[in-house]
Design a protein around this ligand. Sequence first.
Ligand SMILES: NC(=O)c1ccc[n+]([C@@H]2O[C@H](COP(=O)([O-])OP(=O)(O)OC[C@H]3O[C@@H](n4cnc5c(N)ncnc54)[C@H](OP(=O)(O)O)[C@@H]3O)[C@@H](O)[C@H]2O)c1
Length: 317
Amino acid sequence: MRVLLAGATGYIGQAVLRELMAQGHEVVALVRPGRQLAVDAQDPVTRIEVSLTDDADWDQQVPPVDAVISCLASRSGAPRDARQVEFEANRKLLEHAERLSACHFVLLSAICVQIPRLAFQREKLKFEALLAESSVPATIIRATAFFRSLVGQVERVRAGKPFLLFSSGNLTACKPISDRDLATFMVSKLALPPMNTAVLPIGGPGPALTPQDQGRLLCETLGQPFRTTSLPPEMFDWIRWLISPLALVSQRMRDRMEFLRIAKFYATESMLCWDAVTERYDAEATPEFGGDTLQAFYAGLASGERAMPERGEHSLF
Ligand SMILES: NC(=O)c1ccc[n+]([C@@H]2O[C@H](COP(=O)([O-])OP(=O)(O)OC[C@H]3O[C@@H](n4cnc5c(N)ncnc54)[C@H](OP(=O)(O)O)[C@@H]3O)[C@@H](O)[C@H]2O)c1
């Protein structure tokens, strides 16, 4: 199959690119001007530089494709960027897929959109609604936490500092999934377009891990005693309140306010399926896929076998 891949330079997009090639697909990868792909000259990949957000004729140089995978994501989560990337850029991709009568559109989304409180979640849901109405069959993959999101404290624990927790460290839980397993899951869906739009929540192998569990695992793996420092998640509200006067006059401060909302969300909400009847997160109901465990990932980082994944520019810790 010839597949148009957007977001091929991102954390999951790179893994999807590798998996597509491993499965024998031909890839047309859209990248922003100047961005490179980790591929060899003989790989079946056509790299096309476009600015999806600014260029009205972006699709002029794109050859016909059978299916589209979008791993696009706003790198900042700021409201304007989220609208441009999560909604507008994906909408352009979908219109292109519709013009071509593509057989399938696979979207990387996030399980956190179940309880939409943040700008980027609302933009994702707006686009998911477009997919649901589209003539192109679509699969929406709502993933739980990536391994990359759970490595921010490796260096401080290695240095003998306590693991930072919000509250007791048991407020939230997730079933972490590796980039490789998520990519395998996404590409395995490609040849199976649903009759109607399918929404698939997905996590890695269980059990669900709380931040307490993650901290214990990390300390054990690095041979450090499990010591913790507890932080109140309300600290994000306090800082927001403090900077709110500046946000009246500064776009940068408004973006900072949104970042603080994002941080509070992840400090207090689980990345698991939400049960609307019991109004609780349900670990049992959260599907699992793959074999890569967070424990093995931490061990790989500790031994140096594995490189630290690139962190987002706004990572908290
Ligand atoms: N972090 C988690 O634990 C987690 C869990 C579940 C779901 N998710 C979801 O997964 C997604 C993040 O995936 P990721 O970590 O792979 O993202 P990422 O590494 O930040 O990659 C984002 C991709 O989107 C591209 N992009 C960003 N802005 C763009 C623009 N204006 N125009 C064109 N391309 C643009 C980036 O291109 P450049 O390389 O040029 O910037 C990159 O290829 C988000 O939707 C998030 O909600 C995350």
